[in-house]
Design a protein around this ligand. Structure first.
Ligand code: FES
Length: 302
């Protein structure tokens, strides 16, 4: 467990209240994604579809950048009393709020597939960011409502400080807990042919076999209609054991992670369904003269 400020905030008994809050949010998020037809939305919000990396940090970059522009323009307008800055500030704030909605939806979608202190810190970060966003909505409302502008400006400046502090917790989630980080970022598969202990003849159709390589990395080997494929065995989302997963898809050529339900193509390693956004590393295989399998990486090395 990482020794971060956020982890210390939520560890042990201190985090119990956050568990209750987490259960409340999880019930809501889970109910939304149990509605038939919401899977494409979930894939898009994770970033599995289209981006192929997490959407949440991309959206939050726009929010933090946009609200920093708002803060700079607000300070300038307080110093110069120049109403010509107001329109630019309002547009920057509106755009930031639109991206904040995307950041919130993608954040809660990703968060719902976490556990332990990562989950506690995630819900803490999420709820605080939601409150900050609502504060900015109020500031926007006051600006366009025609009343005195200064209270809206001061509110936004206070919120910007809060935003910077709470964004730090989001950074801890990624850099401390590894939320959203491809678990194969440091996986080293052999660039040269490496012998395994698996005989090709021993493989049964559509029954995955876990193979430990010399460096400790696990690969999953599976035979599909006579063709043998190999992909990384631990899930790129959070290291779930794919060899214990279920074969899915029309011809059962894809594997579903037993932990959070990500689906990967056994032939290409591609992530077909989130929460995973990145695919699995792949190996090519050959059969040695004595019938055992040899493999080497098909994925680019580091
Ligand atoms: S570990 Fe989360 S989907 Fe596999």
């Amino acid at each position: 467990m990482p020794e971060t400020i956020g982890a210390r905030l939520v560890d042990g008994a201190k985090g119990k209240g956050l568990d209750r809050l987490g259960r409340l949010f999880a019930a809501f998020v889970g109910a939304v994604y149990r509605v038939p037809g919401t899977r494409p939305l979930k894939n898009a919000l994770h970033g599995t579809w289209l981006l192929r990396h997490p959407l949440h940090p991309a959206a939050t970059d726009v929010v933090v950048g946009g609200l920093t522009v708002v803060a700079a323009l607000d300070v300038l307008s307080l110093a110069q009393r120049d109403p010509t800055l107001w329109r630019a500030t309002d547009i920057a704030l509106l755009v930031s709020l639109l991206f904040a909605a995307v950041a919130g939806l993608s954040g809660y979608t990703d968060w719902n597939e976490t556990s332990g202190n990562e989950r506690r810190l995630g819900v803490f970060h999420g709820v605080l960011m939601t409150l900050i966003t609502l504060g900015y909505v109020a500031s926007y409302w006051m600006r366009v409502g025609g009343g005195p502008r200064e209270p809206a400006v001061w509110l936004a400046l206070v919120l910007w400080v809060a935003l910077a502090l709470v964004a730090h917790l989001g950074g801890e989630l990624v850099f401390g807990f590894g939320t959203g980080v491809n678990r194969h970022a440091w996986t080293l598969l052999p660039q040269k042919w490496q012998r395994t202990e698996v005989a090709e003849a021993s493989l049964e159709d559509r029954r995955p076999v876990r193979v430990k390589l010399k460096n400790g990395v696990s690969v999953m080997v599976v035979k599909l209609d006579g063709v043998v494929s190999a992909i990384g065995e631990t899930c790129s989302h959070a290291s779930g054991p794919l060899a214990d997963g279920e074969l899915v898809g029309p011809e059962r050529r894809d594997i579903k992670c037993p932990w959070h339900g990500s689906v990967f193509s056994l032939r290409t390693g591609a992530a077909l369904r989130g929460p995973a956004t990145m695919g699995q590393p792949r190996c090519e295989l050959r059969t040695a003269a004595d019938g055992t399998l040899e493999l080497r990486s098909l994925s680019p090395g580091r």
